[in-house]
Design a protein around this ligand. Sequence first.
Ligand code: GDP
Ligand code: IMO
Ligand code: MG
Length: 425
Amino acid sequence: MPVDVLVGLQWGDEGKGKIVDVLAPTYDVVARFQGGPNAGHTLTFGGVKHVLHQVPSGIFHPHILNVVGNGVVLDPVVFRQELQKLTDRGINWAANLYISKKAQLILPSHRALDRISEDARGGSKIGSTLKGIGPTYQDKIGRTGLRVGDVLLPDFQQRYEEAVARHATLAAFHNKELEIEALEADFFSAVEFLRSLQLTDTEYLLNDLLKQGKKILAEGAQGSLLDVDFGTYPYVTSSSTIVAGACTGLGIAPRHIDKVYGISKAYCTRVGSGPFPTELLDEVGEQIRKAGSEFGSTTGRPRRCGWIDLPALRYSIMLNGVTEIHLMKADVLDEFDEIYVCTHYEYPDGQQTDHLPDHGDLQTMKPVYKSLPGWKTELQKLTDPQSLPAELKDYVQFLENYLEVPISIVSVGPDRVSTLHLNYR
Ligand code: GDP
Ligand code: IMO
Ligand code: MG
């Protein structure tokens, strides 16, 4: 079965981009299946850091076909900027990039509506990246969206104007105007650029490649706890971020899926609002933020930091059928004397559970921790997985026992080379 899927197990930014880049040499295709420019996937190699938003993270490997699937919402303006940056860095992407004609188009008015609806939420803001994600998926589900393939139709301009007129009435409901005139020239020139790319029915392309025996890596964006169904609703994104989303977001049948890589930090972060039971609002949280440079790749916002949450991870593993875990950013905990892991939650009456509580309960329940000794070793210097400090091996073992899934990679730095494959065991 030639399709493997890589998903974030937490609230995003687990290090998915880095691992796609590390695994890419063994695949023929990397395909994004959901999300859009709300994603920021960082890859570091050769002393250079690259941040990708909509371009799949296989783009730096010349042998890989990169596919933007139908489940994605695509902002042509951001896409053109990203591709221009790649060109400036000498990357030849043109022949290796395909975009689904069925992917949804993010319009300037979607971005405007994102801000208007976020402002209207008053004290319960989502903390959206304001890239237009929610309003674009709303149009998709409402069957009023414009798709990438529509840019090839003679009446695209008219369809665009109809969409904007509809969006203006939604803005008017909030007593607001869209204010998009200044953005439209740029949008239309980016649409013109989009027309010059390989727009196709990528579900046929991918299934033909499968028939030829090619291997596909499906690259998830966001994280399982931001999934529109199973995440901490309503503080979620608007797409299916779990493995099931790879089938609908690419047009690949479930029977083709083999491995599911679950990406998790050795601790936990979240950007934006919403429950985060193990969040550390003290100097320990600050220390993690500093050591891990925990600032958003897309918005630059400081990420909220806390200890690893095992009931939440177990929930994500269950939803995704994870077959192996990649434990990221272990080096960020190098300095800590003790590492804490949340093993369950406690209700105010003393009852305990290891199920992820729903939103209301999360406000009152307290995480219960186990502490493990820190390794106090500079992990980034290690290149041999066998030389991992005993305390880190114990930490990995503890997580594996609890989660009942093997940890196959420990990542100890942002660079491609700072990746320890635990295949000696
Ligand atoms: P993604 O959205 O899941 O691809 O993750 P991001 O790129 O948004 O955030 C992960 C951040 O951690 C990026 O700045 C990466 O360069 C960095 N990173 C990834 N793996 C490691 C690691 O093992 N150690 C350290 N220190 N940084 C890492
Ligand atoms: P990657 O792929 C972390 C969060 C936002 C906000 C919520 C909804 O880099 O892991 P949206 O713009 O989707 O309406 O925002 O989801 N969010 C992310 N957090 N990493 C991401 O992507 C995210 N994409 C969205 O901060 O709380
Ligand atoms: Mg990110």
